[in-house]
Design a protein around this ligand. Sequence first.
Ligand SMILES: C[S@@+](CC[C@H](N)C(=O)[O-])C[C@H]1O[C@@H](n2cnc3c(N)ncnc32)[C@H](O)[C@@H]1O
Length: 250
Amino acid sequence: MVDAAKLQQVKDRTWFYEFDLPDGTRTATDIPADVLPIHTSRRDKLAWIIQNRVPDAQDLTAFDLASHEGYYSLELARHFKSVRGYEIRKSSRDAARLITDVIGAPNIDYVEADLQTMAFDPAQTADFVLLYGLIYHLENPVHTIRLASQMARKHILIETQVFPYDISGQLEDGHYKHMRPIEGVFGLAPDYAARREGGSTDIAVVPSLNALLFLLRNFGFSEVFVLPSGDDDYEQFRRGSHVVVYGGKP
Ligand SMILES: C[S@@+](CC[C@H](N)C(=O)[O-])C[C@H]1O[C@@H](n2cnc3c(N)ncnc32)[C@H](O)[C@@H]1O
C-alpha cells in the first residue's frame, strides 16, 4: 500500500531521473529531453550485463557507488538479493530513501561515504559493483577505481566520460635507455562541488579509455571490455565520449 503523503512528496520534487511511479505517472525532472536517454541507455546496459554475465544474480549482493537518487540501485534491486548505495550527499540519500519507499524495494539500504577518501574495508565487499557517473568528477579517480575494484568480489560495471584521445608511447625513467610504457592519459578539468551532480572538490582528472582499461586489468579483472552501442543508442555512447566498461574477476 503506497503512502499517499510520501507519493505527494515525490510528485512535488524535481528529480534528476524520470522514475515510473506506482500510480502510472512519472517524476518531474529538469534534465533536458534530449539528454534523458543517457539514463535509460545506462540502465539497459546494466540489465544486459546482468543477463549475460551474472545469471545467478538473485543469490548475490550488489553495491551502487555514488547512488544519488537511487535510480540504478532500484534497477539492481530487481535482480540482486540485496543492494547497498554509497553516496556523499545527504539530500540525495534522503531522496533515494523516499523514492525507494514509494516504489517499494525493501532490499536496498543507503549509506554515507566519500568514495574519494574512504579506505578499503574487507567487511564491505559485494559480488557486483556499479560505478556509474562518478570518476570524471574526481581529482583522485585512481583511488576510487582501486577501491571499487577491491569492493567487487567478481563483477564491476563502470560508466564514465573519457578523455577523448588514447595516447601511448614511452616515458623515460632516469636514463634514455630505461623506458616505461605510457598506458593512458588524464585530462584536467574544473568540476562543481556546489552542484548536486558534482564531485567532492572543484577539480576533476578524467581518464582516457586505455588508462581505465589498464587500471582495471591491474586491479585484478581478467575479462575487461567496453559494452557495444547500437545505432539508436545515446549519442555519447555511439561516439565513445562516454563508455560503459565491464570487468570480471577469475
Ligand atoms: C553525475 S552523478 C551520478 C549519479 C549516478 N551514479 C548516475 O550515474 O546517474 C554523481 C554522483 O556522485 C556523488 N558523489 C560525488 N563525489 C562523491 C564522493 N567523493 N563520494 C561519494 N559520492 C560522490 C554525487 O553526490 C552524485 O550523486
